[in-house]
Design a protein around this ligand. Structure first.
Ligand code: KIV
Length: 274
């Protein structure tokens, strides 16, 4: 959260001002080293509740808790000085009422230093988004495939085809009118994402929503090739770090077993030469 020289950490208003301009670059981060790595390249870093699946081996995001988000949020904050940090509200922490959402969103921001929260849901969350923004909490909305609703959606399916297209347009309008500074569109057909992007005055950030959005977000472990349990169609692997890491571990194991590691340069002499 440092202000150094002429640069300062981005704020929600900076992201809002990027509407229709240069594409907004976003990645997730869950730890300090990854936050440091992505910070200068990103406009926005999301402490996503995907942390539950990616780092904790959970089967979905439903088991992610406030405590997990706070711990990872604090770690990420220590690695950022440029990008806006947005933190996900976990399942069950905001849906009950605007008051419940404010209690938990304010705790997330106060205890982690995040500049904004993200929550899933369209028109039915508009009242909550308005309640939070009126009380000093910038909100990034998330519509389309909302993974916390996987059980009511019937799986991780593309959203907004056929009859549900009009509903998604309504959702986008509702969250923008309610004061969200940005909206994530997940797994939405390209044409619909383009229509929404042209319609709303806030930036759209796509994940599986085509190149026409105002920005893009990916889960960092997906794009680095570190998370390999499965690969959604919308993920491009820009690296194969999982394979590289496994090869390194195999080399280490082999060298321990044949005693070529540690070598002399990794060991300490009995006496220090004068
Ligand atoms: O939890 C997450 O990482 C997300 C992004 C994929 C948008 O919500």
């Amino acid at each position: 959260m440092s202000v150094t020289g002429t640069t300062r950490q981005k704020m929600p208003a900076d992201i809002l001002a990027m509407k229709g301009g240069a594409p907004i670059v976003c990645l997730t981060a869950y730890t300090t080293p990854i936050a440091k790595l992505v910070d200068s390249h990103c406009d926005l870093v999301l402490v996503g509740d995907s942390v539950g699946m990616v780092l904790h081996g959970l089967p979905s995001t439903l088991g992610v808790t406030m405590e997990m988000m706070i711990l990872h949020g604090q770690a990420v904050a220590r690695g950022l000085s440029n990008a806006l940090m947005v933190i996900d509200m976990p399942f069950g922490s905001y849906e009950e009422s605007p008051a419940q959402a404010f209690r938990n969103a304010s705790r997330l921001m106060a205890e982690t230093g995040a500049g904004a929260v993200k929550l899933e849901g369209g028109a039915h969350m508009a009242e909550t988004i308005a309640f939070l923004t009126a009380r000093g909490i910038p909100v990034q909305a998330h519509i389309g495939l909302t993974p916390q609703s996987v059980n009511t959606l019937g799986g991780y399916k593309v959203q907004g085809r056929g009859d549900s297209r009009a509903r998604l347009v309504k959702d986008a309008k509702a969250v923008a009118d309610a004061g969200a500074f940005s909206v994530v569109l997940e797994k939405v057909p390209q044409g619909l994402a383009d229509e929404i992007t042209a319609m709303v005055a806030i930036p759209t950030v796509g994940i599986g929503a085509g190149a026409g959005c105002d920005g893009q977000v990916l889960v960092v472990d997906d794009m680095l090739g570190l998370f390999t349990d499965f690969k959604p169609k919308f993920v491009k692997r820009f690296g194969q770090l999982g394979q590289e890491a496994e090869a390194a571990v195999a080399n280490y194991a082999a060298e321990v077993r044949d005693r070529s590691f540690p070598a002399a340069e990794h060991s300490f002499a009995d006496e220090v030469k004068k």
